[in-house]
Ligand binder design. Sequence first.
Ligand code: FAD
Length: 277
Amino acid sequence: MYLKPRTLDQAVSLLATTGGQILAGGTDFYPALGERLPQGNIVDITALDEIRGISIEGNYFRIGGLTTWTQVIRTPLPPCFDALKAAAREVGSVQIQNRGTVAGNLCNASPAADGVPPLLALDAEVELASGEGRRRVPLGQFITGNRRTLRGQNEILTAVLVPRRMEEAASAFLKLGARRYLVISISMVAAVVQADGRWVSEAHIAVGSCSASAQRLGTLEKDLGGVLAAPGIGEAVRAEHLLPLSPINDARATADYRRDASLTLVQRALEACVGRH
Ligand SMILES: Cc1cc2nc3c(=O)[nH]c(=O)nc-3n(C[C@H](O)[C@H](O)[C@H](O)COP(=O)(O)OP(=O)(O)OC[C@H]3O[C@@H](n4cnc5c(N)ncnc54)[C@H](O)[C@@H]3O)c2cc1C
């Protein structure tokens, strides 16, 4: 059965009663089916205008669960979102960006999901709604592995919440693939750097495509505190800082290449944040 609720309340009650699968932009949903037809009920959530778009809610930016990549690109946002906007421009093609949603990217939880590193570096949380109410989970806990999340079958991801604490921080996103466009990454890096005067007061670095789910580089983040926020900052990055990663050998690259390329991407993302591109 194909169901298209008009309100969030209707959608959560349909999910609870029919056990349906959620359909948003369909850009992961349909390719995953291959030649098969969808099995079971489908709950198409694309009419839920109440969870579309980006707004400010107290100390948070609220990215509604139906917000597309094109909306992320077109909405005026502070510098901490430059990385997310750069990632949005890298998601497939313009047609995919027009249909695909941020929430779909997170719920699909591919190790190569472009939206994850920038949002992880922004300390984002996800909001999940079901018939029992709403709950919030930090993104780093929500994605538990390769295509695995904490989302219950009856829960809709209604928003991604980004704290405003570092909204003026500089940010950058770099993606390395075998070609320039329409590519699954070999590695990708998001960096958010807050400076207090000339020195780094806080830095967040996340790397994707080099482990089952994107990882923050905690030791590097600590070591960057108090470093001069100026060209040359990349020299602070050492191979040991990438130990949280567990890259694999696959058709796109070897593990060694991924590790090596990630080191360079982290250095370049940091340089981009302090003004050297
Ligand atoms: C040609 C092509 C190129 C692509 N290139 C890239 C790329 O470069 N980088 C990249 O990261 N991705 C890429 N993708 C994947 C895809 O476009 C993105 O992951 C997109 O953001 C998925 O969003 P969607 O709305 O289409 O999700 P859907 O396909 O509708 O859903 C994906 C999954 O999430 C669930 N879901 C969706 N929305 C919600 C919600 N609000 N609450 C709970 N569950 C939900 C669905 O049930 C499904 O399991 C590409 C896809 C295609 C077809």
